[in-house]
Design a protein. Structure first.
Length: 126
């Protein structure tokens, strides 16, 4: 029964990590047009105690901010340029889809483990 509990812990840690990743991705998407915004990423690491996944600290993209030409923008300089964001919507949508699929896989594992533990309990009751 301990193995089933460990499997539930692993699946739950995967769901928590992917939910955190989805929150960061949603924040990036919502700030894609914010001048000077740097894309955030969330690295994962292995939890050495139970083998699960835990999210690390949010990291900022250190790449150069792109120059956007829009002379009518209030932050534009004398030449009509302002610093845009480092968010690429295509990359963010792909990351969101990957996180969603990983979350769904962890959820399926959680459901299967729960069903197996229920079946074990039924067998033990007999």
């Amino acid at each position: 029964m301990n193995d089933l509990g460990s499997a539930l812990d692993l699946a739950a840690s995967g769901m928590r990590a992917q939910a955190a990743r989805l929150r960061v991705t949603a924040e990036n998407i919502s700030n894609a047009d914010t001048p000077g915004y740097r894309r955030k990423t969330l690295p994962f690491s292995v939890d050495r105690t139970n083998g699960g996944v835990e999210p690390g600290r949010v990291q900022l993209d250190r790449g150069p901010l792109p120059d956007v030409w829009d002379p009518s923008h209030p932050m534009a300089d004398a030449n009509g340029y302002y610093k845009g964001s480092t968010v690429d919507l295509i990359v963010e949508i792909a990351d969101a889809r990957e996180a969603q699929r990983s979350y769904e896989a962890s959820l399926k594992m959680f459901e299967q483990t729960r069903k197996m533990s229920g079946a074990v309990m039924d067998i033990l009751r007999r």
